[in-house]
Design a protein around this ligand. Structure first.
Ligand SMILES: C[S@@+](CC[C@H](N)C(=O)[O-])C[C@H]1O[C@@H](n2cnc3c(N)ncnc32)[C@H](O)[C@@H]1O
Length: 292
């Protein structure tokens, strides 16, 4: 079945009107997305902030009349409203699988692979994380995750205890266990991330060595390696907690930091950690440090 999409690009205050109009004309679903380039990195849990310029899209069945829909929209809008209208015909696809078209096995370092389930890499030496991120962050395509995966691949972590703070899909936790870590504690404040982490650990048969915690649950262990791929401001807030759960002489891996934020993060961690020079990828930085 094909579809018709009506896009209305508008400013933030006019979004509710666009939504109401599309709904009243029989849209089967309504989507909002960034119409300019205004990334929103990790909005506060429970909030759904909108962009200054938002594209509101209504999905209509194939038999709808796009010319009539356009006329109805023009008639329903106040004459001075800041709307841009676009009509698109959408061919049918297997929608549940579309995102997988861009998700192929990816290699990090020498032997660590991330692959969608059922698509093993053609590398006999591969250590493969089979991943379904569900609704959580972490497929390896983002440089902040890639920096951590490359670090895991080139480091001897055999037998180590690890904390993965902000585990998302569980990608780092599962990779660490497959690379020989003894025990990983994965923590996140997002229930969807905890669910994805549990599912991915089961899929990769490492669930027995993984502890999964909501960040309200007490963290009683100290780790040989603490990893956190979150935003710079959150890392700085979490420094006392991360320091208190990293063993003396243990290591810390910090990611999610833009190049220009690197100095401020280093200075927040420098009392408790000896931080080495940053590793950079596409404007993002990974910091590695030793607990004093
Ligand atoms: C950028 S994602 C990283 C996911 C995964 N570790 C990776 O490397 O791809 C950051 C994760 O941290 C979680 N997070 C953000 N702030 C947090 C906090 N204060 N406490 C616990 N988790 C947090 C988010 O829910 C998200 O899953």
């Amino acid at each position: 079945m094909a579809w018709i999409q009506i896009h209305l690009t508008t400013d933030r205050p006019s979004v509710p009107l666009a939504e109401l109009l599309l709904e009243s004309l029989g849209a089967l679903s309504i989507t909002m997305e960034d119409a300019a380039d205004e990334p929103m990195l990790e909005p506060t849990l429970g909030t759904t902030p909108l962009w200054h310029q938002t594209r509101v899209t209504g999905l209509f069945p194939e038999h709808s009349n796009p010319e009539q829909l356009s006329r109805d929209i023009h008639n329903g809008l106040p004459p001075t409203s800041p709307f841009e209208l676009e009509v698109e015909r959408l061919a049918d696809q297997v929608w549940e699988r579309v995102w997988m078209d861009d998700f192929h096995p990816m290699c990090f370092g020498h032997r660590l692979w991330i692959a969608p389930e059922g698509q093993p890499p053609e590398d006999p030496e591969a250590i493969t994380v089979q991943l379904d991120p569900g609704l959580a962050f972490g497929t390896g395509t983002h440089p902040t995750t890639a920096l951590c995966l490359n670090w895991l691949d080139r480091t001897d972590i055999a037998g180590a205890s690890i904390i993965d703070f902000g585990c998302g899909s569980g990608i780092l936790s599962v990779a660490a266990l497959l690379l020989g870590a003894n025990r990983v504690t994965a923590i996140d404040h997002d229930p969807q991330a905890l669910q994805a982490t549990a599912d991915n650990a089961l899929k990769n048969r490492v669930r027995d060595n993984l502890i999964i915690l909501d960040n309200n649950q007490p963290l009683s262990t100290s780790a040989d390696i603490t990893m956190a791929n979150i935003l710079a401001s959150t890392l700085i807030e979490l420094e006392p907690l991360l320091a208190s759960h990293t063993k003396s002489g243990g290591q810390i891996i910090l990611s999610g930091i833009l190049e220009e934020q690197s100095d401020v993060v280093i200075s927040a961690f420098t009392d408790n950690f000896q931080i080495e020079s940053p590793t950079t990828q596409e404007g993002w930085v990974l910091l590695h440090g030793m607990r004093r």
